[in-house]
Design a protein around this ligand. Structure first.
Ligand SMILES: [Cu+2]
Length: 339
């Protein structure tokens, strides 16, 4: 379902609700006019909700449902199979149904029945083998976004490899270069607007051999943004089914932002600032602070939040039509909960 059709349906439901309520008010007035004794058998008329109250109730219902349960969870850490020191990850691309918000089913094209695909986590210098199995009806290929690899494993059909046709498998093997640690991604590089927009993406995290002090974190959270066929999502889910980020007072929360979508998303955290210390995996010469961080397609940012203030802090994309409508919050909204 397109975002527009979701918006149109919501607008329709809202107008229908307002019309029904207004209609009820008119009917109640008419009934009240004649003095009829039979009225004693009717229950007392409930006071009609105003349009403002109707809207508030919809907003409240969304917040009360958060975090709403849905089937499926993406970005699950994948344990590699290890053969002769090589870390082996198998990814199967296929179509399946995915629940982005309660009752909201979409068609996913993704890896290992997860949106985002499983999280690959290795160390710099590791030898890695990724075996792709294509169960889709289209060809595909995987690009390792942010990794500086030999040309023949760059994953771009007709430039560095043949397309991986339906029913075929393909093996990528490489050594993660020294110094190329940080928050990277893997995704399809074939008919990508459709394939990545439908879920063919995941996090590829490279741990440094010698972490710097600024990276020290008590909570490490990867937040992948997308805005394709599944609407506006964080890690494959829309509010109120997005996952809250939780930390205790005094803890350091690391957030790894990754934009796999086709639009920019200025991510805004209430109550506490973010210290940006890496861009596209590279440690910045000087960290900087902000409360709104614009993440463009393909970009990654790593930030630290020093969780000093207890409370539930709204955390959302600040392009407001990506986060809220007259029916309440949806899409790119979650919360940082500090307790
Ligand atoms: Cu946005």
């Amino acid at each position: 379902m397109s975002d527009k059709s979701v918006t149109d349906r919501r607008s329709f439901l809202f107008r229908a609700a307002v019309t029904a309520i207004a209609g009820g008010t008119v009917a109640a007035c008419k009934d009240a006019a004649p003095k009829v004794a039979a009225a004693t058998t009717l229950p007392p008329a409930k006071p009609a909700l105003s349009a403002a109250e109707t809207m508030d109730k919809m907003h409240e219902a969304g917040i009360k449902a958060f975090p709403a349960k849905t089937a499926g969870k993406g970005n699950q850490l994948m344990a590699p199979r290890i053969e002769k020191g090589v870390k082996i990850f198998e990814l199967t691309a296929e179509k399946f149904q995915w629940e982005t918000a309660p009752g909201q089913m979409v068609e996913a094209w993704a890896y290992n029945r997860q949106v985002p695909g499983p999280q690959i986590r290795v160390r710099e210098g590791d030898r890695v083998r990724v075996i792709l199995h294509n169960k889709l009806e289209q060809s595909t290929a995987i690009h390792f976004h942010g990794l500086e690899l030999p040309n023949d494993v760059d994953g771009v059909p007709f430039i560095t490899q043949p397309p991986v046709k339906p029913g075929e498998s393909y093996t990528y093997e490489f050594t993660v270069p020294e110094g190329n640690h940080g928050s990277h991604m893997y995704h399809s590089h074939h008919n990508a607007a459709q394939q990545v927009g439908s879920g063919m993406l995941g996090a590829f995290l490279v741990e440094p051999k010698n972490p710097t002090e600024i990276e020290r974190a008590d909570v490490d959270y990867t937040l992948i943004l997308n805005d394709g066929a599944h609407g506006f999502t964080f890690n494959g889910k829309s509010f109120p089914a997005t996952e809250p980020l939780t930390a205790k007072v005094g803890q350091r929360l690391r957030i790894r932002f990754m934009n796999e979508g086709m639009m920019i998303h200025p991510m805004h955290l209430h109550g506490m600032h973010m210290t940006v210390f890496a861009k596209d995996g590279w440690i910045l010469p000087a960290p900087w602070r902000c409360d709104t961080l614009n993440v463009a397609p393909g970009e990654r940012y790593d930030v630290i939040v020093k969780c000093k203030s207890p409370g539930t802090w709204a955390f959302h994309c600040h392009i407001l039509p990506h986060a809220e409508s007259e029916h309440g919050m949806f899409g790119m909204v979650t919360a940082v909960i500090v307790s």
